[in-house]
Design a protein around this ligand. Structure first.
Ligand SMILES: *[C@@H]1O[C@H](CO)[C@@H](O)[C@H](O)[C@H]1NC(C)=O
Ligand SMILES: *[C@@H]1O[C@H](CO)[C@@H](O)[C@H](O)[C@H]1NC(C)=O
Ligand SMILES: *[C@@H]1O[C@H](CO)[C@@H](O)[C@H](O)[C@H]1NC(C)=O
Ligand SMILES: *[C@@H]1O[C@H](CO)[C@@H](O)[C@H](O)[C@H]1NC(C)=O
Length: 355
């Protein structure tokens, strides 16, 4: 995960020129960090400098401005700076124009600027402060491992403001909800409350110590990005209030945005982990059936016998004897492996497994 530390450094710049957003965010990516998680164009992965990811009109409070017009970027509009953009704002998958077009639609269209001025402003901000050189001058070199505070202080010493750094996390938590338990405290869509299987609540980049990673970017989930697995998600990751896309979008912003993954890979990883271990079947095979009441330790031992690690069991705050959720923890290897979760649950010793 050390490589991930480098992924993104974000500056907040304070401008006072527009009503629609209250600050700009410029994101610069470290190629080897980004490409350690995602297969990149080989030449790009070898670049030894930060490159521009984007210049984002930003809001201190949500919603973040996004896709303010559908005005497609014409390459002729930025022809005069195309060679600079190719150098400093390259697409890591080899399709620069596609990358710029996407950044233009998603973010530039909210800038109240013309494409040339928008892209030129990003280049200008990028050049005004050479992050690669700032870190180098502070003795922070590629290949090393450093406290995150060394990055922050090198940059604040040089530029005078604190950057946001997309940080690593030390494990994953996958949360699976038991519908009847969840819906005993909260009014759910009737069909969902009757499901007789655990469903995915979320896949959360997690930290053993606080703060927990959360809302690492404002990149809105587009349904097209997960269209290929939408029907699986509808089955296994449904919203109990009937608005699947809203639920997934929220999970993406709150948690997925910290995963250093693309939406498809993130949602697919969750499905993969979910399918690798069928909690419903594991409990059934241990004689734990919906409608019964069992000691919490029976749930824990059924799962540790089957998977080899301890889960975390969560109960309803309102009804601490209703089983609501089972959480499993995984390490951050390329193919994540199950590890013990921290204990502590807010549950009574005897639990109703509602049906
Ligand atoms: C910025 O946030 C405010 C709420 O704080 C919201 O009214 C406004 O629409 C947001 N701006 C954009 C462009 O989304
Ligand atoms: C930024 O600094 C690096 C390292 O000192 C240097 O190789 C690179 O040319 C600089 N880039 C610009 C645009 O000045
Ligand atoms: C994880 O916890 C450490 C403190 O132990 C903190 O420095 C770091 O910022 C946290 N990571 C995230 C992504 O919040
Ligand atoms: C999980 O197990 C339950 C109960 O045995 C079964 O009905 C269900 O089809 C299984 N789900 C998957 C995805 O294998």
């Amino acid at each position: 995960m050390t490589n991930f530390l480098f992924v993104l450094i974000v500056f907040f710049l304070f401008y006072d020129c527009s009503k629609a957003f209250d600050h700009w965010t410029v994101a610069e990516t470290w190629p080897a960090g980004f490409c350690s998680a995602i297969p990149c164009n080989a030449g790009k992965a070898k670049l030894r400098k930060f490159t521009i990811h984007g210049l984002w009109p930003s809001n201190y409070t949500n919603p973040q401005p996004r896709t303010c017009s559908s005005q497609v970027l014409q390459i002729s509009e930025i022809a005069a700076i195309e060679s600079e953009l190719k150098q400093d704002w390259p697409d890591y998958f080899g399709n620069d124009l596609k990358f710029w077009s996407r950044q233009w639609i998603d973010h530039g269209s909210c800038s109240n600027m013309k494409p040339f001025d928008f892209f030129n402003l990003a280049l200008d901000i990028y050049r005004r402060n050479n992050l690669t050189a700032i870190l180098e001058n502070a003795g922070i070199s590629p290949g090393g491992e450093y406290p995150i505070n060394d990055f922050i202080s090198a940059i604040s010493t040089s530029i005078g403001v604190k950057p946001q750094i997309n940080k690593a996390f030390d494990h994953w938590t996958v949360a699976e909800t038991w519908p009847a338990g969840f819906c005993s405290a909260i009014p759910c869509n009737a069909g969902k409350a009757k499901l007789r299987k655990f469903t995915i609540h979320g896949l959360w980049p997690s930290n053993y110590t606080n703060p927990q990673p959360r809302t690492c970017s404002s990149q809105v989930l587009q349904i097209s990005e997960i269209a290929a697995i939408e029907s699986e998600l509808k089955q296994d990751w449904p919203d109990y209030f009937g608005n699947d896309l809203k639920f997934w979008s929220r999970q993406w912003i709150d948690h997925g945005s910290c995963s250093n993954m693309k939406p498809f890979d993130f949602f697919n990883l969750a499905l993969d982990i979910y399918r690798r271990n069928n909690l419903t079947a594991i409990l059934e095979n241990a004689g734990i059936s919906p409608g019964g009441e069992y000691p919490i330790n029976d749930f824990i031992s059924a799962i540790s016998t089957s998977i080899g690690v301890k889960p975390q069991i969560k109960c309803s705050r309102q009804y601490p004897n209703h089983l609501v959720e089972i959480r499993l923890c995984l390490n951050t290897k390329n193919i994540p492996q199950f590890i013990n979760c921290a204990t502590g649950s807010g549950c009574k010793p005897e639990l109703l497994f509602l049906q």
